[in-house]
Design a protein around this ligand. Structure first.
Ligand code: MEV
Length: 326
């Protein structure tokens, strides 16, 4: 049997992180230039159910059954096995490769899950819909961080910009104008699970305050959706700044993130904010095409370990967005 492979992109949250865990909306974009890929090869010489796993990026070379039962990879294979009602998987060797930085708020773990689930279904000769892949990946997300909102598995599976709210169908975002963003990495690793856990403790201790922050972020995210649709870059930038200040109030920023946000704004960005769980990872800045180079250079000089440029293209997103909920 020839090798089978499947890939999934990284992601970046444009609006609404953390608040989305508490049933407010978020807007997220796939990062198509960074991918995780899973390769599957049948191993007819090994006994049924024998699965060799190699993930060089995290120094893993093991047999699936040697991992703890609650390891996300073990849970993922079990979920797929249950879904297809299999007694055993055929013996196989699986290699995982990822270009997505780990613990940087760019969806590395989720992209690996989506690539594994999609690839496994292809390897079995079966087909899973995007909704089924996303739902299975969501179950694995719970192992990674207990109370995920579902935004990461959704944007990574559908590979389209989405307006997302828990228990609602994801809505496509129709961008009214090309929007260019720079994504700059502080180089500081931050675990989503621990920052989400800290926010939960603070929310439990001061619900009124946190609920009011989440409500303000929800209004910003709603407004941002309209501004993205109408293509009003100036307003989108201002809303990013407002969302950022609320994330600071929430206690999820840190000096290196604040520094990169300030540098981006001084260099001419229309708006900037931390993205993802915070306490490290990346910022996202909205820039005009004409100032993208200056902002990028300023971020690199300020110590960003990697700067990625993405453009949400007007016609492209309008053409493809309808597929999001199909
Ligand atoms: C992580 O990408 C975004 C958070 O809102 C967590 C979640 O939505 O599950 C911080």
């Amino acid at each position: 049997m020839p090798a089978i492979s499947a890939s999934a992109p990284g992601k970046i949250i444009l609006f609404g992180e953390h608040a989305v865990v508490y049933s407010r909306p978020a807007i997220a974009i796939p990062l198509m230039q960074l991918k995780a890929t899973a390769f599957f090869l049948a191993d007819p010489t090994a006994p049924l159910g024998n699965i060799k796993l190699t993930a060089a990026d995290i120094g893993m070379q093991t047999n699936l059954n040697d991992l703890a039962e609650d390891h996300p990879f073990r849970v993922l294979f079990q979920l797929v096995q249950n879904h297809f009602q299999l007694d055993h998987f055929p013996a196989m060797s699986v290699k995982i490769r990822s270009e997505i930085p780990i613990a940087a708020g760019l969806g590395s773990g989720t992209a690996v899950s989506v690539a594994l689930i999609h690839g496994l279904s292809l390897f079995l000769g079966a087909k899973l819909s995007a909704a089924q892949i996303s739902a299975l990946a969501f179950e694995v997300e719970k192992v990674y961080h207990g109370t995920p909102s579902g935004v990461d598995n959704t944007v990574i599976t559908y590979e389209k910009p989405v307006f997302f709210m828990k228990d609602h169908l994801p809505e496509p975002i129709y961008v009214g104008n090309d929007c260019t963003f720079l994504i700059a990495d502080t180089g500081i690793k931050s675990m989503t699970s621990s920052v989400v856990g800290e926010v939960r403790i603070n929310w439990e201790n001061n619900r009124k305050h946190y609920e009011s922050i989440f409500d303000s972020i929800a209004s910003i995210t709603q407004e941002a959706k309209e501004m993205l649709i109408s293509g009003d870059e100036k307003q989108i930038g201002e809303l990013m700044n407002k969302n950022y200040h609320l994330l600071v109030q929430m206690g999820v920023s840190c000096d290196p993130l604040d520094h990169l946000v300030t540098v981006a704004l001084h260099a001419g960005a229309l708006g900037a904010k931390l993205s993802g769980a915070g306490k490290g990872g990346n910022i996202i800045a909205l820039v005009q095409e004409s100032s993208a180079r200056d902002v990028r250079l300023a971020l690199e000089n300020a110590g960003a370990t990697r700067v990625i440029q993405i453009t949400l293209n007007k016609t492209e997103s309008t053409k493809t967005a309808k597929k999001v909920i199909s």
